[in-house]
Design a protein around this ligand. Structure first.
Ligand code: F0G
Length: 429
């Protein structure tokens, strides 16, 4: 049998666990990391193997998660639950360069994953872990995207999915996905922060496998965004990688992944990570600036509902990652997020509102001189434009209140005759 090259380690007290039975936390309460035996891999892993897999006929090889499987979760290939996630595009756009004031900006569009968000990578790893552990039921609390991803990957694995969402704030498109993929979908009348803690308690008591941020395997999938990004760049390390921050798993995962590549000597330096929060849901920004622990917010307010999180679960892991990468946290207003969204959409790329906090943040950090114009910046767009239909329609119909001021592209109507259509064509500006 092959030697096992990973274990679970507590980020607080360094206690170790084999990971062969379901476990989300250490006995001391600390969060767990999947720690790979870098020494066992050093010298045996090379980027050529990972590059070659990209062009394989085998779906698992081609997956943007499993092509890096040696340092994701080395399991028998029959255990892998994949929809060939990843393989997302990296866009350069003169329009976005102008908008942000940068020479070199690239946007990796994780909304191009199978269910339309970066969550597919983490859920591919999470469902694989569930299968490895012999689980049959999985659950998560979600602002919508994790739920859609979990529902799809559970269906792929033949497992039952139970999804919990805060009532009334989840975009209809995301709810549709959970229902369509066959998940039991339950709305609870409270905000996401309370929901997450309630679901954790209930699932632990009920023996359902939890796939929220307390699950260490999800980070292993999400970190591959960074691996694939480097691969897209021919293993050139960008100066900055910029991501939106909600529950803060994504930023933590990216930093962990870069650290591993650095320790494997596959990259010679680490990119700096910038986490961008909505100003109305900014506990991590406040904590980072004041060098204090996160103080949960009782109320959050942002139209970017995917990142409306007041008590981020993974802030300690994210902070560790920022320290390790000389990173930082910035906040942006809803107006700034919306302006960035209009620019990303009008560039022909399009993305979910929360994703566009990335671009708004880059613009702000360039303005303040933190990011230098000539540096290479990669922003992660986390969700697809179609996740957020109401925002787009309401904005362009002038129904977003103060936020609708500015350029709108209203839906037009003409009578069903040639003259009316010609009239419209002549007046298009
Ligand atoms: N962008 C999108 C589109 C998201 O859906 C999320 C999180 C984030 C950014 C923030 O990522 O939480 O790792 O900092 N959505 C979660 C969900 C909360 O349930 O789908 P994070």
């Amino acid at each position: 049998m092959r030697k096992r090259t990973w274990k679970l380690v507590c980020m607080e007290c360094r206690a170790e666990y084999s990971g062969t039975s379901p476990r989300y936390r250490c006995e001391c309460g600390g969060m767990l990391d999947v720690i790979h035996d870098i020494h066992a891999h050093r010298g045996h892993l090379d980027v050529k193997k990972w590059n070659d897999r990209r062009y394989s006929h085998n779906e698992t090889d081609r997956s943007g998660v499993w092509r890096f499987r040696e340092i994701v979760l080395p399991v028998h290939y029959e255990m892998v639950v994949t929809r060939c996630e990843g393989n997302t595009n990296l866009y350069g756009s003169p329009r976005i360069a102008r908008f942000t004031g940068m020479d070199n900006i690239l946007l990796k569009h994780e909304g191009e994953n199978p269910t339309g968000s970066f969550k597919d990578r983490g859920m591919s790893a999470g469902l694989t872990a569930a299968k490895m552990l012999g689980m049959t039921q999985v659950a998560c609390a979600s602002t919508g995207n994790s739920a859609a991803a979990m529902a799809s990957y559970a269906a792929t694995a033949g497992m039952q999915a139970i999804v919990f969402v805060p009532e009334g704030t989840v975009a209809m498109g995301k709810l549709h996905q959970s229902l369509a993929y066959g998940a039991r979908t339950i709305q609870i009348p409270c905000d996401f922060d309370r929901l997450l803690r309630l679901v954790e308690d209930a699932c632990l008591a009920g023996g359902v496998y939890l796939l929220n941020s307390m699950n260490p395997f999800r980070f292993e999938g999400e970190k591959t965004i960074g691996y694939e990004l480097l691969q897209d760049l021919g293993w050139q390390v960008p100066d900055w990688v910029v991501v939106p921050g909600g529950n803060l798993g994504h930023s933590a995962a990216l930093a962990k992944g870069f650290r591993e590549l650095y320790d494997l000597r596959l990259i010679g330096r680490m990119p700096r990570i910038a986490v961008i929060q909505a100003a109305g849901a900014n506990p991590f920004y406040t904590a980072f600036r004041s060098r204090n622990p996160v103080a949960p917010l009782a109320k959050v307010s942002t139209f970017a509902a995917a990142i409306a999180v007041g008590n981020p679960y993974s802030w300690k892991k994210s902070l560790r990652g920022l320290k390790d990468t000389d990173g930082l946290v910035e906040e942006v207003s809803d107006r700034e997020i919306l302006d960035a969204k209009l620019a990303v959409d009008a560039a022909g790329i399009g993305a979910e509102s929360a994703s566009c906090a990335t671009v708004a943040g880059i613009r702000k950090l360039v303005d303040s001189g933190t990011i230098k114009k000539g540096e290479l910046v990669c922003g992660i767009l986390t969700g697809h434009l179609l996740k957020d239909l109401d925002t787009v329609i309401n904005y362009h119909q002038g129904r977003l209140g103060e936020l609708s001021a500015g350029h709108v592209n209203p839906l037009l109507r003409a009578a069903a005759d040639t003259d009316s259509i010609l009239e419209i064509i002549r007046n298009v500006d």
